[in-house]
Ligand binder design. Structure first.
Ligand code: HEM
Length: 443
């Protein structure tokens, strides 16, 4: 890709597109013009290898996993996330992953009662941080309920949001992050950490008291209690809980709001989905019911295909290495990647490749999932050793919420005249939220 003024022209185009909420379309159009892999000059001395080629995505995430790092996240996110799974590489990451992964096994995820408690309140409002905090901490911050939020517990959600937004600004600053000064960010990060730290301390104290009492049978599953069986390191537990919350809070919420925005625009999809839901005859869906609801799975797949919640991602080569394709005169030879080189991929573009999805790849069509098997051209939860550990949790929670809402409401109408527009923060979400009108089943 040619660049002028050391590539500042591209940087400026992207900043303008970001302001117009069209950054994903901008990178997508570059791919259409310059191919699936190209060099993107990006300011003085900085060239990013930009790709949407499934083979290269597979190489970075899986086949050449050890050749790439995510270390550039550490400085921007450090004040909130410490040294948890989301910001670490190498041995530290391996340790985090080994600690956390076993807690996402199927029988914990399939504890549907946790979702129902909050989804029944969602019928009145809209959640997900409530069920996430109950699953993680053992008590919900209950933003939807009445009692606790009036006691000021909502401020955790607010602080976490402020700190997350500050972390994104710091990420975008790149090497200039050392000059970042924002007292509101520092305060919100400290208060978020203190809130979680207090829960960790209480849990560890209770654990010490109950050490001798053998059984916790009958009690529901609490993520923190399980972690505390493996380590009593207070900082480690605080870091990991905040990391999981960052990775799991807005992502699932965004999937739900994007889905409902799209459903409200597509009466045909809503009706088909509702026919499938009505087969449950009003019964609350169990884990197995959700898995066997084909059209529900297609709708979630298609939403995550067109609007991947992590639409752009980046790694840095930690040694000289090679990516399988994108080089040479034909553009399909391997390319050399020098140590320190940034490789960025657009999942937004990869998941719309016409050669994989056909000429209608920009259309929302759940039915396409009957035939396609897109492999590495569809990785909304990433892939390889760092694949999302919350994938099943998220799909179960989102699927359950969708089904319960379709059981409660017969019709949906959009209250936004605009077509869908993506807001790109740490996670992709709907620029216009999900303003819809729902008709109750028993009015
Ligand atoms: C629709 C919902 C979700 C989507 C689309 C999603 C997507 C992703 C993606 C793309 C990554 C890879 C990020 C990277 O390597 O740069 C990731 C990592 C991760 N996700 Fe999710 N996620 C979702 C929900 C959740 C939930 C609910 C949790 C936990 C409760 C969670 C926990 C994690 C963790 C801990 C990682 C880091 C794994 C590692 O680095 O080893 N995610 N997720």
């Amino acid at each position: 890709m040619p660049g002028y003024l050391f590539g500042f022209d591209h940087l400026w185009t992207l900043i303008e597109a970001y302001g117009a909420k069209e950054s994903l379309e901008c990178v997508h159009s570059w791919h259409t013009e310059f191919g699936n892999t190209f060099n993107l000059p990006f300011g003085v001395g900085r060239t990013v290898v930009q790709t949407c080629d499934p083979k290269n995505i597979q190489a970075v995430l899986a086949l050449k996993f050890n050749d790439f790092d995510i270390a550039i996240r550490q400085k921007p996110f450090g004040p909130l996330l410490g040294n948890g799974i989301f910001v670490s590489d190498g041995k530290a990451w391996e340790h985090s992953r080994a600690l956390l992964r076993p807690n996402f096994v199927r029988n914990q995820i399939s504890d549907i009662a946790v979702y129902e408690k909050h989804v029944s309140q969602l019928i009145k409002h809209i959640p997900t941080i409530d069920s996430a905090t109950e699953f993680l901490f053992g008590k919900s911050i209950d933003t939807l309920g009445s009692g606790e939020s009036q006691n000021g517990n909502n401020s955790f959600a607010e602080n976490f949001t402020v700190s997350q937004a500050g972390s994104l600004t710091r990420l975008l600053l790149g090497p200039l992050v050392v000059f970042h000064r924002d007292p509101a960010f520092v305060k919100a990060s400290e208060e978020s950490r203190n809130y979680v730290k207090r829960i960790v301390e209480e849990t560890l104290e209770q654990r010490a008291l109950q050490e001798e009492k053998s059984s916790s049978a009958g009690q529901s599953y609490v993520f923190l209690d399980e972690l505390a069986k493996q380590t009593q390191d207070e900082k480690m537990l605080t870091d990991q809980l905040l990391n999981i919350l960052l990775a799991g809070r807005d992502t699932t919420a965004a999937l739900l709001s994007v889905t409902f925005f799209l459903l409200a625009k597509r009466e045909d999809v809503w009706s088909k989905l509702r026919s499938e839901v009505l087969k449950l005859e009003g019964k609350r869906p169990g884990f197995e019911d959700l898995k066997s609801m084909t059209y529900l799975q297609w709708v979630m797949n298609e939403t995550l295909r067109m609007y991947p919640i992590v639409p752009l991602n980046l790694r840095v080569a930690n040694k000289n290495t090679v990516l399988p394709t994108g080089g040479g005169p034909s553009g399909n030879q391997p390319i050399f990647i020098r140590k320190g080189q940034e490789v960025q991929w657009s999942l937004y573009a990869a998941q719309r490749l016409p050669e994989v999805y056909g000429e209608d790849s920009n259309e929302f069509k759940p039915e396409r999932w009957e035939k396609i098997r897109p492999g590495w051209a569809y990785v909304p939860f990433s892939g390889g050793p760092r694949v999302c550990i919350g994938k099943q949790f998220a799909l179960t929670e989102a699927g359950y919420t969708i089904v319960r809402l379709l059981q409660e409401f017969t019709q949906i109408e959009s209250r936004t005249s605009e077509p869908f527009k993506a807001h790109v923060g740490l996670a992709l979400s709907s620029e216009y939220g999900a303003k819809v009108c729902l008709t109750p089943a028993q009015a």
